[in-house]
Design a protein around this ligand. Structure first.
Ligand SMILES: CC(C)(COP(=O)(O)OP(=O)(O)OC[C@H]1O[C@@H](n2cnc3c(N)ncnc32)[C@H](O)[C@@H]1OP(=O)(O)O)[C@@H](O)C(=O)NCCC(=O)NCCS
Length: 145
């Protein structure tokens, strides 16, 4: 078993939670990696948008690892941690964990670093505000950055 796969809570900000459904599978009945990636992108986008208080776009996805499969009926929880803030870009560590068949063991299934860029209505990059200029709920959720 990969050492990343244990039942310890991840200790990150829980950002989304959903259940893998039959419609998310390929013809063999396995959940698509693309579906999991999509859930991670959604969670990263929520985190990035709240931190920047603006529209955001995905600029890059680095180091995507699939440690364990996701099955229909698993609850997928996606956890976000901001690891770097630049002028307009930010890196967000995304970890996806499952609770097997709703009530079973908890396992980490994937992780990756997403780079998001804050943009205006025309898609042009804009500065991310300093932490002291964002609402308290953002400070509470996303740590020191
Ligand atoms: C992301 C995007 C706005 C950057 O445009 P750009 O003209 O390079 O913008 P800038 O030169 O002002 O750079 C903005 C920031 O993005 C970062 N950046 C640009 N391309 C990047 C990449 N491929 N990977 C990581 N960071 C990137 C820059 O380093 C810069 O960071 P900083 O402001 O923190 O220093 C543009 O490439 C874009 O719109 N891409 C498509 C996004 C999209 O549609 N995503 C969904 C795909 S399905």
């Amino acid at each position: 078993m990969n050492e990343e796969n244990n039942s310890q809570p991840p200790g990150r900000t829980p950002t989304t939670r959903t259940m893998a459904m039959p419609a998310d599978t390929n013809p063999s009945g396995d959940v698509f990696g693309g579906w999991v990636l999509s859930q991670m992108d959604i969670a990263a986008g929520i985190c990035a948008g709240q931190r920047s208080q603006s529209r955001v776009v995905t600029a890059a996805i680095d180091g995507m690892h699939f440690y364990r499969p996701v099955h229909v009926g698993d609850i997928l929880g996606v956890y976000t941690t901001i690891t770097r803030i630049g002028r307009s870009s930010m890196d967000i560590l995304i970890e996806a964990w499952v609770r097997r068949d709703r009530i079973g063991i908890r396992e980490k299934v994937t992780d990756a670093t997403f780079t998001f860029v804050a943009v205006d209505d025309n898609g042009k990059s804009i500065p991310i505000p300093p932490k002291d200029q964002v609402p308290q709920y953002v400070k509470d959720k996303f740590g020191d950055l």
